[in-house]
Design a protein around this ligand. Structure first.
Ligand SMILES: CC(C)(COP(=O)(O)OP(=O)(O)OC[C@H]1O[C@@H](n2cnc3c(N)ncnc32)[C@H](O)[C@@H]1OP(=O)(O)O)[C@@H](O)C(=O)NCCC(=O)NCCS
Length: 406
C-alpha cells in the first residue's frame, strides 16, 4: 500500500460471480479476499460502511469517486472485504498509516452473525501479514468491541496480542461492551527492540486517589461566561483571543518530556481550532479555557476529543500553558470540573485518556483523579532510537460518582 490511494478500475459487479479472487496473487484467504473500492460498490454500501447511520447510494458513489482518490493525502486507505465464493462485498478495513504502525478499523456487516465474524478475522489477518510481515510496518493494530469475541479469538490465534481494554466503551442491545486493543507486531522489530509490552513504564506521584472537591457555592455572580466553577479555577468556552496566549506559551515552553519534543504552534491555526465546532449541536471536540477566579487569567485548557454521542464516551485531555501552573493541583481541579460536565451535564458513561510514557506527571495526575490504567498503545512514535508507547486509562461515570467527596 505504498500508494495509499486505493481505488480499482473495476467493481466485482463486472465479474462472473466467484472468479474475482483469481485476479490477485496476494490478499486472498480461504473464504475472503481484499481489494480496492470501485464505482458500483455503492450498491450494497450498507454491508461495508462502518456506520450505524444510513447513506444513499448517490452519496456513497460521490465518496468513491471524489473523496476516496484523495484519502492517500490524509495517510488513509480503504480495503473491501469480498466473499470468494460469489464476490459479494461483506465488509471493509480502513487503515490509517501512522509514522510507525498502521491503525486498521475493521468492519463486517453484523447481519452475517458468527460467520461474518470469522470472515472478518480472516481479512484482518490478511491485512496484518501484508502490512507488517511484507511491508515492514512495526505493527498493525485494531480496536474492536468485545461482543466480537469470535473475531478476537481467531486473530489472537493468528498472533495478535491484547494490549489494552477500555471498559464499557460501546453500547449495543442495551448492554455495554469493552473496546479491546489488539496488536500484530513485526517479529524482526520485536527481536531488535524487545516486546513493547515489557518496556518498563516510569512512574511518579503517590498513586493515591484524592477526593473530588465539593461543589463550589457561589456568593456573588458567576465569573463571566463560566460553565463550571471550582475553588481556584473556572471553565469557560474557548475564545479565539485565547489563541494568542496559547501560541505565545508554545514559543516559551520549558519542558520537552510531556509530548514528543516541543512544538511551535501557529496562532492562526489555533484560532481556527478554538472556534471549530462551536455552532454544532454534537461537536466532535469540546474544549474549555481554564481561568483563574482571582483575576480571570487563562492558564490552560481541558476538554474532550473523539466525542461519541451514540456510545456516550470520549477522550479527555488537559494542557496548562506555563510550567508554573503545572504540578500544583490546578490540572486536577480543572479536570474534576470537566468530569462533572461530562458525566453530570452530558450524561456520558465513560472516558478514556492517552499519555506518552515519559509524561509521568500526567499519568500521576490521572491516577489521583480516579482513572484506572487500561493497558498500553504501542509503537506509535519514534523515540530514542526505537519506538515509543502510550499508557492508557479509563474512568466510568459510576466509579467517578463513588469517589470520596471533599
Ligand atoms: C498534565 C497536567 C494537566 C496535570 O495537571 P497538574 O496540575 O500538573 O497535576 P497535579 O498537580 O494535580 O498532579 C501531578 C502529579 O504528578 C506529580 N508530579 C508533579 N510534578 C512532576 C514532575 N515534574 N514530574 C513528574 N511528576 C510530577 C505530582 O507528585 C502529582 O502526583 P501526586 O499528587 O499523586 O504526588 C499538567 O501538568 C500539564 O498541563 N502538563 C503539560 C501538558 C500535558 O502533559 N498534558 C497532558 C498530555 S497527556
Amino acid at each position: 500500500m505504498r500508494d495509499k490511494t486505493i481505488m480499482s478500475e473495476k467493481t466485482t459487479l463486472d465479474l462472473v460471480p466467484g472468479t474475482g479472487s483469481q485476479n490477485y496473487t496476494f490478499l486472498v484467504g480461504e473464504h475472503v479476499y481484499l481489494r480496492t473500492f470501485a464505482p458500483g460498490d455503492e450498491k450494497n454500501a450498507t454491508s461495508w460502511r462502518n456506520s450505524i447511520f444510513p447513506k444513499s447510494p448517490e452519496l456513497v458513489e460521490k465518496w468513491i469517486k471524489e473523496e476516496l482518490p484523495n484519502e492517500g493525502k490524509r495517510n488513509r486507505g480503504h480495503l473491501a472485504i469480498v466473499r470468494k465464493s460469489d464476490d459479494v462485498l461483506i465488509g471493509s478495513i480502513s487503515c490509517y498509516f501512522g509514522d510507525v504502525s498502521v491503525f486498521a478499523t475493521p468492519h463486517v456487516d453484523p447481519l452475517y452473525g458468527e460467520k461474518g465474524q470469522r470472515w472478518l478475522a480472516e481479512a484482518i489477518v490478511l491485512a496484518a501479514k501484508w502490512q507488517v510481515d511484507e511491508n515492514f510496518s512495526a505493527a498493525l493494530y485494531i480496536d474492536i468491541s468485545s461482543d466480537m469475541q469470535v473475531t478476537i479469538d481467531e486473530v489472537i490465534a493468528s498472533g495478535f496480542i491484547e494490549t489494552a481494554r477500555f471498559r464499557e466503551m460501546y453500547e449495543k442491545n442495551g448492554k455495554r461492551y469493552d473496546q479491546v486493543k489488539l496488536y500484530y507486531f513485526n517479529a524482526a522489530w520485536v527481536e531488535r527492540l524487545g516486546s513493547p509490552m515489557e518496556t518498563v513504564l516510569p512512574r511518579t506521584g503517590s498513586g493515591e486517589v484524592r477526593p473530588v472537591p465539593a461543589k463550589t457555592v457561589l456568593e456573588g455572580d458567576p465569573p463571566v461566561n463560566a460553565v463550571m466553577v471550582g475553588a481556584r479555577v473556572y471553565l469557560r468556552p474557548e475564545d479565539k483571543k485565547d489563541a494568542e496566549k496559547t501560541a505565545g506559551a508554545s514559543r516559551m515552553e520549558e519542558e520537552s518530556f510531556w509530548d514528543i519534543g516541543r512544538h511551535l504552534v501557529p496562532e492562526a491555526k489555533l484560532a481556527v481550532w478554538m472556534s471549530e465546532g462551536r455552532d454544532d449541536d454534537h461537536p466532535r471536540n469540546i474544549w474549555f479555557s481554564v481561568c483563574l477566579r482571582e483575576n480571570d487569567e487563562v492558564i490552560g485548557s481541558v476538554g474532550m476529543l473523539n466525542v461519541d454521542f451514540v456510545n456516550r464516551t470520549g477522550e479527555t485531555g488537559s494542557f496548562f500553558h506555563e510550567a508554573k501552573w503545572r504540578g500544583g493541583g490546578y490540572g486536577s481541579e480543572a479536570k474534576q470540573l470537566l468530569l462533572e460536565y461530562i458525566f453530570d451535564v452530558l450524561g456520558f458513561h465513560m472516558v478514556q485518556s492517552f499519555v506518552y510514557f515519559p509524561n509521568t506527571r500526567s499519568a500521576a495526575a490521572l491516577r489521583k483523579q480516579g482513572y484506572r490504567e487500561a493497558g498500553r498503545a504501542c509503537w506509535l512514535y519514534t523515540y530514542e532510537g526505537g519506538f515509543g508507547n502510550m499508557v492508557v486509562f479509563d474512568l466510568l461515570a459510576d466509579e467517578w460518582r463513588a469517589l470520596p467527596r471533599g
